[in-house]
Design a protein around this ligand. Structure first.
Ligand code: NDP
Length: 254
């Protein structure tokens, strides 16, 4: 099959990907850039990784820049998005991918583990959507894609914080999709299952094997599996899709 990015053109569009410096976010950045988008790669602390992602984009003949900000800070987000809009004139595609996990059984979960996960995975998306939607509304055009998780749909023991944030993100996606549909802004969520690398690195090989046994497709997903769904939702092929949750989970949850 042809690489998905060779079938879709995002030429002339600007994309902002939060948490683009590693894992799924870096695959999303590369795929959007391969399709012609100017990609702003956000990171919070891994500057060297973000630079590697940008170098990879340039090697592929793409273009973009890196932007450091913490999605948990509304002020940092407002400043960074204003700078991007001043520089590029607009943001056409926003991918809310930045996320963390701080797992633990409820009896032992610290306030900070609860607050950090809610703050990054849910409030962070609120901050950035509040900021970017103003420019999308002015342009009467935009795509917002929020990366949720199977944990937010099915629940996961040891992840009440993460599951609550990701479930909240799905409600947020649907409400915002209804709010912004009249302005031609489409808002969807991609819900990955178990994806190799990134947050799932915290799992042991035994845990991964047990998970694979429950996945109908009998493998963990790749970052590119998720990035392909994001690319599709960013493209003209998804003009009539909003408020949806697209599951990329090998059938783990149906
Ligand atoms: P990684 O841990 O590999 O990468 C997380 C990214 O988020 C990094 O680029 C990190 O930047 C960034 N980030 C974290 N906190 C902040 C912040 N406060 N502000 C800005 N950027 C931040 O994660 P994955 O690739 O595994 O996950 C990406 C998304 O996919 C997450 O939302 C996750 O919940 C979701 N997901 C992942 C699954 C998996 O199996 N991997 C399954 C289902 C969902 P830096 O390094 O600079 O801190």
């Amino acid at each position: 099959m042809a690489h998905p990015s060779s079938m879709i053109s995002l030429q002339g569009q600007t994309a902002l990907v939060t948490g683009g410096s590693r894992g799924i976010g870096s695959a999303v950045c590369s795929m959007l850039a391969s399709s012609g988008a100017f990609v702003v790669v956000n990171y919070r602390s891994s500057e060297a990784s973000a630079q590697d992602v940008m170098a990879g984009i340039k090697d592929l003949g793409g273009d973009g820049k890196i932007a450091r900000f913490d999605v948990c800070s509304g002020d940092e987000v407002d400043r960074a998005t204003a700078e991007i809009i001043q520089d590029r004139g607009k943001i056409d595609i926003l991918v809310n991918n930045a996320g963390i996990s701080r797992d633990g059984l409820i009896g032992r979960m610290k306030d900070q583990d609860w607050n950090d996960v809610l703050s990054t995975n849910l409030s962070g998306v609120f901050h950035i959507c509040r900021s970017v939607s103003k420019s999308m509304i002015r342009n009467r055009k935009g795509r917002i894609i929020n990366i949720s998780s199977t944990a937010g749909e099915a629940g996961n023991p040891g992840q009440v914080n993460y599951s609550a944030a990701k479930a909240g993100l799905i409600g947020f996606t649907k409400a915002l999709a209804r709010e912004l549909a009249p302005r031609n802004i489409l808002v969807n969520s991609v819900s990955p299952g178990i994806i190799s690398g990134g947050l799932s690195d915290q799992l042991t090989e035994d845990q991964l094997e047990a998970i694979r046994a429950h996945v109908p497709l009998r493998r963990t997903g790749t970052s590119d599996d998720v990035a392909a769904a994001v690319l599709f939702l960013s493209s003209g092929m998804a003009d009539y899709i909003t408020g949806q949750v697209i599951r990329v989970n090998g059938g783990l949850y149906m």
